[in-house]
Design a protein around this ligand. Sequence first.
Ligand code: SF4
Length: 202
Amino acid sequence: MEIDENSNIHIPRFEGFAGVEKPLGAGYKPGEGNNPADSVFNRVLPNALTAKSDELFALARKSSLWTLSFGLACCAIEMISAHASHHDLDRFGVVTWPSPRQADVMIVAGTVVKKMADPIKLLYEQMPDPKWVIAMGSCATNGGPYYKSYSVVMGVDHLIPVDVYVPGCPPRPEALIYGVMQLQEKIKNDAKPSLNRELLQE
Ligand code: SF4
């Protein structure tokens, strides 16, 4: 340890690792502002970026969501509009797909009648992991106008887990697009272990 005569700042003396020419911290002058950190990694792999694989996969997944093409009632018309040319959901990497075997997201668009409960569960089980569900409209959220009806399930979350709820009867395509963007944010945040820890502590 030595003391800089001008500033009285303690600067650790470090001669570097074997085989590395410049010692760490060389070039640092007190009072000249923050310089980029000098590290062995930067010298061995200059211009290389590092990231956690979970977060990289999450970025890829959130930007290429394939939604299962099926609708249950009037909300499905708004979902179709979101995919059509005016709103063009494809801009967000969201592609509608006619098979559950390659789909990532199930958009439950419409009234979930009890007769459809088993087919919905079967379609969900046929989707590969990881998979997500958006409940679109008040019917899929809690039965909507058919609340406590003899033939309607009071929300699709009684059958399968739901990640995002889009309110409205029917929600406009913009609302569904906002719901998709919230799901993308959730996928990104779920890959961050520090965020998960904070949520668990709450
Ligand atoms: S929420 Fe409204 S628009 Fe959507 S399926 Fe139910 S009744 Fe139809």
